[in-house]
Design a protein around this ligand. Structure first.
Ligand code: GDP
Ligand code: MG
Length: 170
């Protein structure tokens, strides 16, 4: 018997941290260095197979509304999964990400949340948030954690795979 499951996954995080780039990397295997709004649609889908179950991700990206901090709860309401993104070079974006996580956890305890420290390829001397800071916050709140790079693709498939595995068995 083949099973299938649709998962709404929302991307959250400060403007410019690489939310659209992560979605584009994951769904199309592409990266745009100067990319902005090339996705056009704020909605992408991808279906993967997890232990014989077809998992269809409906990935909700924002079309820039996050700049105005006006993302309504209706954006993430009912979503079983969220990827909250920050830029490892920006402590501000990390602080913002922690606020998103706390807001999500107040709304629902069921949600699978990934904390993604993106732009890991740029870290080096530009790093503003240590890997331990990200990992510690994630552990404290029961989140999946990874440092990612939409540019190189590092850990991008992994975060979606982890979500799918967690939700496939529900
Ligand atoms: P969003 O506003 O969160 O959707 O961020 P974007 O996906 O539009 O990315 C903002 C800028 O950061 C773009 O110029 C991207 O090319 C760049 N960017 C995104 N992810 C990465 C990454 O992992 N590494 C590097 N070096 N640049 C990235
Ligand atoms: Mg975007």
């Amino acid at each position: 018997v083949s099973r299938s499951k649709q998962i709404k996954l929302v991307l959250l995080g400060e403007s410019g941290v690489g939310k659209s780039s992560i979605a584009l990397r994951y769904v199309r295997g592409e990266f745009n260095e100067h990319g902005e709004a090339t996705i056009g649609a704020a909605f992408l889908t991808k279906t993967i197979n997890v232990n014989g179950c077809a998992i269809k991700f409906d990935i909700w990206d924002t079309a820039g509304q996050e700049r105005y901090h006006s993302l309504a709860p209706m954006y993430y309401r009912g979503a079983p999964a969220a990827v909250v993104v920050y830029d490892v070079c920006s402590m501000n974006s990390f602080n913002r990400a922690t606020l998103w996580v706390k807001e999500l956890l107040q709304q629902t305890s069921q949600m699978v949340i990934v904390l993604a420290g993106n732009k890991a390829d740029m870290a080096g001397e530009n790093r503003g948030v240590t890997k331990e800071e990200g990992k510690d916050f994630a552990d404290e709140h029961g989140l999946i954690f990874a440092e990612t790079s939409a540019k190189t693709g590092m850990n991008v498939e992994d975060i979606f795979q982890s979500v799918a595995v967690k939700l496939a068995s529900d």
